[in-house]
Design a protein around this ligand. Structure first.
Ligand code: LRH
Ligand code: MN
Length: 384
């Protein structure tokens, strides 16, 4: 018997973190199409994040990226977030845009560059403490473009040595290590896959865990199996949710392969991962679509994936699995996936005081039009 009140309670407790950088202008190496009303500073990014939370009820924290979200007064930014009903989430040190990082940051052959990278991470740790953020979320673009360009062993040693000094100064802040199989490096990436990230976390210590970005795997890789493995090792720290058809496309989560997203959530529910302090963050770039509405739709896609996963008849599934009934087991999972959970999710949002139909409510609010008017002057925030 499905315990609907238990499922509703789990859905009311769902938490999704939005990325500040997805509200700013972004693009590809070919073009950045600026959008009217795009935020001009981190304070305006928080306003957009608050609008997403207002309509969905489950997105009360925002991840920051430094220096994209650099401000003179981080106390003021924290206080503004709190006034908007938000918390500041994971702090992402940007170690991939400064000219000196051409040959890498913490893996760079030049010790001076490594020290600069280390200093930036340490500064992000102090920002995290100041704004009450629980985690540093670290993605390294570090890698090489040609065979022979550098030594795998030396780069690995530099990576471990540099991050070990950082790890010792984390205090109670957690370290999330994000891997990616290629780009911008096109021959070897220093943190290319879950195994490489897991080994590093095990070398650093308990407070280092792995972050899984859905767009960072080669085609055909079974991400839900990686999730199960990392959780079993006690090192599943978080997610960067998005979707893709080809490379690291950073499209709206659940927009290309909603079944894969469901399978990841089905694994998370089976593992009871939401209760284990795993961070659920979106990481997308809305190159052509309206950014705030796209973020609202993305949070809804995550809510629906979680609701379908909670509806899986666990007892029947386990019985079919242990009984070797292949098609019954598969069928139980697919039944849940095929369930229309939109009315259930609408009720949960209503119970949370959010919108039953967030997209309609957002469009009716003319938030985007007002932002385009009020934010007419000044340069919009952008990645590149
Ligand atoms: C790298 C990445 C990383 C961020 C960046 C915005 O592809 O996923 O998480 O720092 O996107
Ligand atoms: Mn990411």
């Amino acid at each position: 018997m499905t315990d609907l009140s238990g499922i509703e309670a789990a859905l009311r407790a769902q938490r999704v973190e939005t990325p500040s950088w997805a509200f700013g202008n972004s693009g590809t190496r070919f073009a950045v199409f600026g959008q009217p009303g795009a935020p001009r500073d981190p304070f305006e990014k928080l306003e957009d994040a608050a609008e997403v939370h207002r309509h969905t009820g489950i997105a009360p924290s925002v991840a920051l990226h430094i220096p994209w979200d650099e401000v003179e007064d981080f106390d003021a930014l924290r206080d503004r977030a709190h006034k908007l009903g938000l918390q500041l989430g994971a702090i992402n040190p940007n170690l991939f845009q400064e000219p000196e990082y051409k040959l890498g940051s913490v893996c760079n052959p030049d010790p001076q560059v490594r020290r600069r990278a280390e200093a930036h991470i340490r500064r992000c740790v102090s920002i995290a403490r100041q704004v009450g953020s629980p985690a540093i979320s670290l993605w390294l673009a570090d890698g090489t473009n040609y065979p022979g360009q550098d030594s795998f062993r030396s780069r690995r040693q530099r990576l471990v040595d540099t991050l070990r000094t950082v790890y010792e100064q984390l205090g109670d802040v957690e370290l999330l290590i994000e891997y990616k199989f290629y780009e911008p490096a096109f021959y070897a990436t220093d943190l290319a896959d879950w195994g490489s990230a897991l080994l590093l976390c095990q070398e650093l210590g308990e407070r280092a865990r792995v972050l899984v970005d859905l767009g960072h795997h080669a085609h055909g890789v079974n991400i839900e199996q990686i999730v199960s493995l990392l959780f079993a090792a006690g090192r599943l720290g978080g997610f960067h949710f998005n979707d893709r058809k080809y490379g690291d496309d950073d499209l709206m989560v659940g927009s290309i392969d909603p079944f894969q997203l469901f399978l990841i959530y089905a694994e998370l529910v089976a593992l009871d991962a939401p209760a284990a302090g795993v961070r659920f963050t979106i990481d997308q770039s809305h190159n052509i679509e309206p950014k705030v509405e796209a973020m609202i739709q993305s949070v809804l896609n995550l809510q629906e994936a979680y609701a379908k996963a909670l509806l899986v008849d666990r007892a029947a599934l386990e019985a079919a699995q242990t009984g070797g009934d292949v098609l019954a087991a598969h069928g139980i999972l697919v039944d849940a996936f095929r369930t229309d959970v939109r009315p259930l999710c609408a009720k949960v949002r209503e119970d949370l005081g959010a919108s039953t139909d967030p997209i309609a409510a957002f469009r009716a609010s003319s938030y985007a039009e007002r932002a385009a008017e009020t934010r007419a002057g000044g340069a919009s925030a952008a990645w590149i």
